[in-house]
Design a protein around this ligand. Sequence first.
Ligand code: 4FV
Length: 253
Amino acid sequence: MRVDVLTIFPEMFTGFLNTSIIKRAREQGHLTVNLVDIRDYARNKHRSVDDYPFGGGPGMVMQAEPIFLAVEALLPGAGAVRPPIILLSPQGEVFNQALASELARQERLILICGHYEGVDERVRQFLVNREVSIGDYVLTGGELPAMVIIDAVTRLLPGVLGDPAGATEDSFAMGLLEYPQYTRPRSFRGLEVPEVLLSGNHEQIRLWRRQQALERTWRRRPDLLAKLELSPEDRRLLVDIIRRAENEELQGE
Ligand code: 4FV
Protein backbone atom coordinates (compact mmCIF):
# COMPACT_ATOMS: atom_id res chain seq x y z
CA MET A 1 0.00 0.00 0.00
CA ARG A 2 1.10 3.58 -0.72
CA VAL A 3 -0.02 6.41 1.53
CA ASP A 4 0.61 10.04 0.59
CA VAL A 5 0.30 12.37 3.59
CA LEU A 6 -0.22 16.11 3.03
CA THR A 7 0.97 18.05 6.07
CA ILE A 8 2.74 21.25 7.08
CA PHE A 9 4.60 19.28 9.82
CA PRO A 10 6.23 16.27 8.08
CA GLU A 11 8.72 16.06 10.96
CA MET A 12 5.90 14.88 13.25
CA PHE A 13 5.95 11.51 11.41
CA THR A 14 9.66 10.71 11.82
CA GLY A 15 9.43 8.65 14.99
CA PHE A 16 6.19 6.97 13.98
CA LEU A 17 7.51 5.82 10.59
CA ASN A 18 10.83 4.57 11.95
CA THR A 19 9.66 2.43 14.83
CA SER A 20 8.46 -1.15 15.32
CA ILE A 21 5.78 -2.65 13.06
CA ILE A 22 5.42 0.44 10.84
CA LYS A 23 9.19 0.61 10.26
CA ARG A 24 9.34 -3.10 9.42
CA ALA A 25 6.29 -2.87 7.13
CA ARG A 26 8.05 -0.11 5.19
CA GLU A 27 11.33 -2.01 5.07
CA GLN A 28 9.54 -5.15 3.82
CA GLY A 29 7.75 -3.16 1.13
CA HIS A 30 4.24 -3.69 2.47
CA LEU A 31 3.85 0.05 3.06
CA THR A 32 5.19 3.18 1.36
CA VAL A 33 4.55 6.51 3.05
CA ASN A 34 5.21 9.66 1.02
CA LEU A 35 5.20 12.84 3.14
CA VAL A 36 4.22 15.94 1.16
CA ASP A 37 4.88 19.37 2.69
CA ILE A 38 1.91 21.52 1.67
CA ARG A 39 4.14 24.60 1.98
CA ASP A 40 6.02 23.36 -1.12
CA TYR A 41 2.83 24.31 -3.02
CA ALA A 42 2.45 27.76 -1.50
CA ARG A 43 2.79 30.38 -4.24
CA ASN A 44 4.28 33.07 -2.01
CA LYS A 45 7.84 33.61 -0.85
CA HIS A 46 6.80 33.21 2.80
CA ARG A 47 5.43 29.71 1.99
CA SER A 48 2.34 30.63 4.01
CA VAL A 49 -0.65 28.33 3.48
CA ASP A 50 -3.24 29.92 5.77
CA ASP A 51 -5.21 33.17 5.90
CA TYR A 52 -7.89 34.97 7.90
CA PRO A 53 -11.41 33.56 7.75
CA PHE A 54 -13.89 35.48 5.57
CA GLY A 55 -16.64 36.78 7.83
CA GLY A 56 -14.19 37.23 10.69
CA GLY A 57 -13.79 35.01 13.72
CA PRO A 58 -10.88 33.48 15.62
CA GLY A 59 -7.86 31.72 14.15
CA MET A 60 -6.74 31.07 10.61
CA VAL A 61 -7.96 28.80 7.79
CA MET A 62 -5.83 26.69 5.45
CA GLN A 63 -6.06 27.95 1.88
CA ALA A 64 -7.48 25.77 -0.90
CA GLU A 65 -4.87 26.34 -3.59
CA PRO A 66 -1.75 24.77 -2.00
CA ILE A 67 -3.81 21.71 -1.05
CA PHE A 68 -5.35 21.37 -4.53
CA LEU A 69 -1.91 21.73 -6.17
CA ALA A 70 -0.32 19.21 -3.78
CA VAL A 71 -3.04 16.61 -4.41
CA GLU A 72 -3.12 17.16 -8.18
CA ALA A 73 0.66 16.58 -8.28
CA LEU A 74 0.02 13.13 -6.80
CA LEU A 75 -2.88 12.04 -8.97
CA PRO A 76 -2.35 9.50 -11.72
CA GLY A 77 -3.10 10.64 -15.31
CA ALA A 78 -6.62 11.04 -16.66
CA GLY A 79 -8.63 7.82 -16.79
CA ALA A 80 -6.67 6.11 -14.02
CA VAL A 81 -8.48 5.21 -10.79
CA ARG A 82 -8.38 8.06 -8.26
CA PRO A 83 -7.28 6.88 -4.85
CA PRO A 84 -9.41 7.81 -1.83
CA ILE A 85 -8.56 11.43 -0.91
CA ILE A 86 -9.29 11.61 2.80
CA LEU A 87 -9.52 14.78 4.88
CA LEU A 88 -8.98 14.21 8.60
CA SER A 89 -11.46 16.35 10.50
CA PRO A 90 -13.90 16.22 13.44
CA GLN A 91 -16.76 16.51 10.90
CA GLY A 92 -15.88 13.18 9.28
CA GLU A 93 -17.26 9.68 9.71
CA VAL A 94 -15.85 8.23 12.91
CA PHE A 95 -12.98 5.84 12.29
CA ASN A 96 -13.39 2.24 13.47
CA GLN A 97 -12.10 -1.26 12.73
CA ALA A 98 -14.55 -1.81 9.90
CA LEU A 99 -13.33 1.35 8.14
CA ALA A 100 -9.73 0.28 8.81
CA SER A 101 -10.44 -3.07 7.08
CA GLU A 102 -12.07 -1.26 4.16
CA LEU A 103 -9.16 1.15 3.70
CA ALA A 104 -6.66 -1.72 4.04
CA ARG A 105 -8.05 -3.14 0.79
CA GLN A 106 -6.99 -0.01 -1.12
CA GLU A 107 -3.77 0.24 -3.19
CA ARG A 108 -3.32 3.89 -2.31
CA LEU A 109 -4.59 6.46 0.16
CA ILE A 110 -4.09 10.24 0.13
CA LEU A 111 -4.47 11.77 3.60
CA ILE A 112 -4.86 15.54 4.12
CA CYS A 113 -3.90 16.88 7.56
CA GLY A 114 -5.62 20.12 8.45
CA HIS A 115 -4.40 22.65 10.98
CA TYR A 116 -5.60 25.93 12.54
CA GLU A 117 -9.38 26.26 12.41
CA GLY A 118 -9.52 23.87 9.47
CA VAL A 119 -9.36 23.96 5.68
CA ASP A 120 -11.20 26.14 3.12
CA GLU A 121 -14.61 24.53 2.47
CA ARG A 122 -13.86 24.20 -1.27
CA VAL A 123 -11.27 21.53 -0.39
CA ARG A 124 -14.06 19.53 1.25
CA GLN A 125 -16.56 20.20 -1.54
CA PHE A 126 -14.42 19.79 -4.66
CA LEU A 127 -11.28 17.78 -3.79
CA VAL A 128 -11.73 15.18 -1.06
CA ASN A 129 -13.98 12.17 -1.49
CA ARG A 130 -13.99 11.09 2.15
CA GLU A 131 -13.79 12.78 5.53
CA VAL A 132 -12.72 10.82 8.60
CA SER A 133 -12.63 11.69 12.30
CA ILE A 134 -10.82 9.65 14.94
CA GLY A 135 -13.19 10.83 17.63
CA ASP A 136 -15.36 13.59 19.03
CA TYR A 137 -12.66 15.89 20.37
CA VAL A 138 -10.64 18.72 18.80
CA LEU A 139 -6.92 18.30 18.11
CA THR A 140 -4.36 20.88 17.03
CA GLY A 141 -3.91 19.15 13.68
CA GLY A 142 -4.74 16.17 11.47
CA GLU A 143 -1.28 14.58 11.82
CA LEU A 144 -2.07 12.36 14.80
CA PRO A 145 -5.32 11.17 13.17
CA ALA A 146 -3.33 10.37 10.01
CA MET A 147 -0.91 8.28 12.08
CA VAL A 148 -3.82 6.52 13.78
CA ILE A 149 -5.27 5.53 10.42
CA ILE A 150 -1.91 4.45 8.97
CA ASP A 151 -1.23 2.36 12.10
CA ALA A 152 -4.64 0.63 12.18
CA VAL A 153 -4.56 -0.03 8.41
CA THR A 154 -0.92 -1.17 8.20
CA ARG A 155 -1.34 -3.96 10.77
CA LEU A 156 -4.13 -5.38 8.58
CA LEU A 157 -1.93 -5.57 5.48
CA PRO A 158 -1.01 -9.15 4.51
CA GLY A 159 2.43 -10.10 5.79
CA VAL A 160 2.74 -7.25 8.30
CA LEU A 161 1.71 -9.04 11.49
CA GLY A 162 3.74 -12.19 12.22
CA ASP A 163 0.58 -14.23 12.79
CA PRO A 164 -2.33 -13.05 10.60
CA ALA A 165 -4.63 -14.47 13.30
CA GLY A 166 -3.40 -11.55 15.37
CA ALA A 167 -5.56 -9.24 13.26
CA THR A 168 -8.59 -11.50 12.85
CA GLU A 169 -8.89 -12.17 16.58
CA ASP A 170 -8.65 -8.48 17.41
CA SER A 171 -11.03 -6.57 19.57
CA PHE A 172 -13.67 -5.20 17.23
CA ALA A 173 -12.50 -7.48 14.37
CA MET A 174 -14.78 -10.02 16.02
CA GLY A 175 -17.08 -7.21 17.05
CA LEU A 176 -16.35 -8.00 20.72
CA LEU A 177 -13.88 -6.56 23.20
CA GLU A 178 -10.82 -8.78 23.56
CA TYR A 179 -10.63 -11.50 26.23
CA PRO A 180 -8.11 -11.13 29.11
CA GLN A 181 -4.51 -12.01 28.27
CA TYR A 182 -1.94 -13.48 30.68
CA THR A 183 1.75 -14.38 30.38
CA ARG A 184 4.58 -15.59 32.69
CA PRO A 185 4.88 -15.80 35.64
CA ARG A 186 1.83 -17.95 36.45
CA SER A 187 1.87 -16.42 39.96
CA PHE A 188 2.62 -12.72 40.44
CA ARG A 189 2.44 -11.28 43.96
CA GLY A 190 0.06 -14.08 44.76
CA LEU A 191 -2.11 -13.27 41.76
CA GLU A 192 -2.74 -16.48 39.78
CA VAL A 193 -3.41 -17.06 36.11
CA PRO A 194 -6.84 -18.69 35.51
CA GLU A 195 -6.34 -22.49 35.65
CA VAL A 196 -8.15 -23.09 32.36
CA LEU A 197 -5.37 -21.26 30.48
CA LEU A 198 -2.79 -23.68 31.91
CA SER A 199 -4.91 -26.77 31.16
CA GLY A 200 -3.83 -27.29 27.57
CA ASN A 201 -7.50 -28.03 26.81
CA HIS A 202 -7.90 -25.87 23.71
CA GLU A 203 -11.68 -26.26 23.55
CA GLN A 204 -12.04 -25.19 27.19
CA ILE A 205 -9.66 -22.29 26.55
CA ARG A 206 -11.63 -21.21 23.45
CA LEU A 207 -14.90 -21.34 25.42
CA TRP A 208 -13.45 -19.40 28.37
CA ARG A 209 -12.08 -16.71 26.07
CA ARG A 210 -15.42 -16.37 24.24
CA GLN A 211 -17.27 -16.17 27.55
CA GLN A 212 -14.83 -13.53 28.83
CA ALA A 213 -15.06 -11.48 25.61
CA LEU A 214 -18.86 -11.59 25.74
CA GLU A 215 -18.98 -10.66 29.45
CA ARG A 216 -16.52 -7.80 29.04
CA THR A 217 -18.44 -6.46 26.04
CA TRP A 218 -21.81 -6.86 27.82
CA ARG A 219 -20.50 -4.93 30.85
CA ARG A 220 -18.46 -2.21 29.09
CA ARG A 221 -19.83 -1.83 25.55
CA PRO A 222 -23.37 -3.18 25.28
CA ASP A 223 -23.72 -0.98 22.16
CA LEU A 224 -21.31 -3.36 20.38
CA LEU A 225 -23.35 -6.42 21.40
CA ALA A 226 -26.45 -4.87 19.87
CA LYS A 227 -24.68 -4.80 16.49
CA LEU A 228 -23.55 -8.44 16.68
CA GLU A 229 -25.02 -11.57 15.13
CA LEU A 230 -24.78 -13.93 18.12
CA SER A 231 -24.32 -17.67 17.60
CA PRO A 232 -26.47 -20.13 19.63
CA GLU A 233 -23.33 -20.77 21.73
CA ASP A 234 -22.89 -17.03 22.32
CA ARG A 235 -26.53 -16.74 23.38
CA ARG A 236 -26.10 -19.61 25.86
CA LEU A 237 -22.95 -18.01 27.27
CA LEU A 238 -24.65 -14.61 27.50
CA VAL A 239 -27.69 -16.00 29.32
CA ASP A 240 -25.34 -17.56 31.86
CA ILE A 241 -23.35 -14.31 32.18
CA ILE A 242 -26.48 -12.22 32.76
CA ARG A 243 -27.98 -14.78 35.21
CA ARG A 244 -24.72 -14.81 37.23
CA ALA A 245 -24.61 -11.00 37.24
CA GLU A 246 -28.21 -10.82 38.45
CA ASN A 247 -27.43 -13.30 41.25
CA GLU A 248 -24.39 -11.24 42.23
CA GLU A 249 -26.66 -8.20 42.19
CA LEU A 250 -29.20 -9.97 44.35
CA GLN A 251 -26.58 -11.13 46.81
CA GLY A 252 -25.46 -7.48 46.81
CA GLU A 253 -21.91 -8.55 46.12
C1 4FV B 1 -9.56 15.71 14.06
C2 4FV B 1 -10.28 14.70 14.73
C3 4FV B 1 -9.29 17.04 14.59
C4 4FV B 1 -9.59 20.20 13.89
C5 4FV B 1 -9.03 21.52 13.50
C6 4FV B 1 -7.33 19.86 13.29
C7 4FV B 1 -8.43 19.30 14.12
C8 4FV B 1 -7.61 21.31 13.14
N1 4FV B 1 -9.17 15.23 12.88
N2 4FV B 1 -10.27 13.61 13.90
N3 4FV B 1 -10.86 14.72 15.92
N4 4FV B 1 -8.73 17.92 13.72
O1 4FV B 1 -9.59 17.34 15.74
O2 4FV B 1 -9.62 13.96 12.80
O3 4FV B 1 -7.47 21.65 11.81
